[in-house]
Design a protein around this ligand. Structure first.
Ligand code: 2P0
Length: 336
């Protein structure tokens, strides 16, 4: 193997993923619904992999216990990449990941994290796997990571194949297709209460709104893609908010309820809708956390951002443009 470094950018789902395909191998991590995302500039993970005596994982400069759940997920992902193109035992690896992301809850690092890890491992193991295959492997680490290998605007279809070979993301349009901004409005501090994987399973098994959520997703994906291609912000915004509110309604109707929002989350949304009446055209989405993410034209981003930052309880605001493809650098040739 050799040393390799990958950079992958985070992404925000404009049409959401929530739920896994039932009766499938949990290791394949197959989503029940597709998703449509925008890759985010600046917000990224940089991961370097080189040979080591044993497996080691360091996150943001601190060594992570090799027996911890996160380290085990990282090493399991390395195993997946290795066995795709090699026989025999995988060599030990030194993995160093650095997140350039807001630390607040609900801004998942798993998307950029598993995309960067997957790409860096393919480089380190000289695996020569094509990007679509790497997207499928990244999905096994974390569903949203499948979308973070490409910049701009990306679609992940749920697919129907039992082995998941048609559940891979594909780039729709490059970052310069549309000069948009995503305003990330921080509504609370602290870790999220229930992780995505556990929350999705709770919704699938208990929420009466889960079946309609899954059934209506394909039409949202098609409408979202059409609006994106046409650069129709009003149409895209309508689909985006509908997808977000359906997902949260499904979460809230789970038993026990999954309520990721705080009071400030709703106050920001009301201010956004009031601002829209005065001509500032922004649209909201929100993930498994309290923050509000607002899609707006670059021209209106500053004015809308000032208004939303003034909502009581808001702790920060970041404006992010569409981001680039993931990249891979091959470093020195390290013998093993
Ligand atoms: C999304 N989320 O489409 C949705 C919206 C959160 C809400 O993808 O279980 O960390 O690892 O596949 O990718 C967050 O879930 O979940 C997510 P797993 P992941 O962005």
């Amino acid at each position: 193997m050799r040393r390799a470094r990958a950079t992958a950018h985070s992404n925000i789902a404009l049409v959401k993923y929530w739920g896994k395909r039932p009766d499938s191998d949990p290791a394949l991590n197959l989503p029940a619904v597709g998703s449509l995302s925008m890759t985010l500039d600046e917000l990224r993970t940089v991961t370097t992999i080189g040979p080591g005596d044993h497996d080691h994982f360091a996150l943001d400069g601190a060594r992570v216990d090799a027996q911890s759940p996160v380290a085990r997920k990282v090493f399991a992902q390395l195993d997946r990449i290795w066995t795709e193109s090699h026989d025999g035992p995988r060599p030990g690896c030194e993995v160093e990941s650095v997140n350039h992301l807001p630390t607040a809850a609900g801004l998942a690092s798993s998307a950029s994290g598993f995309a960067a890890l997957t790409l860096a491992a393919a480089g380190a193991f000289e695996s020569e796997l094509e990007l679509p295959r790497l997207s499928g492997l990244a999905r096994q680490g974390s569903g949203s990571a499948a979308r973070s290998l490409w910049g701009g605007f990306v679609r992940l279809d749920a697919g129907t194949a039992a082995d998941g070979n048609d559940c891979i993301a594909r780039p729709l349009l490059p970052a310069d297709h549309w000069d948009l901004r995503l305003l990330i409005v921080h509504a609370a501090k602290g870790p999220k209460s229930v992780g995505s994987t556990e929350g999705m399973e709770r919704s699938r098994t208990t929420s009466p709104y889960y079946a309609p959520w899954v059934e209506t997703s394909p039409q949202d994906l098609d409408a979202g893609e059409k609006a994106l291609r046409a650069r129709d912000l009003e149409a895209l915004g309508a689909v985006m908010e509908h997808s977000c509110f359906k997902m949260h309604a499904c979460m809230m109707a789970s038993v026990p309820p999954l309520v990721y929002w705080r009071g400030t989350t709703l106050e920001v949304m009301h201010e956004l809708w009031a601002a829209r009446k005065s001509g500032l055209q922004g649209y909201a989405t929100s993930d498994a956390g309290p923050h509000v993410k607002v899609l707006v034209s670059a021209a209106q981003a500053e004015a809308l951002g000032e208004r939303l930052a003034a909502v009581p309880g808001v702790t920060g605001l970041q404006s992010v443009a569409p981001g680039p493809d993931a990249t891979l650098e091959l470093l020195d040739e390290a013998a093993t």
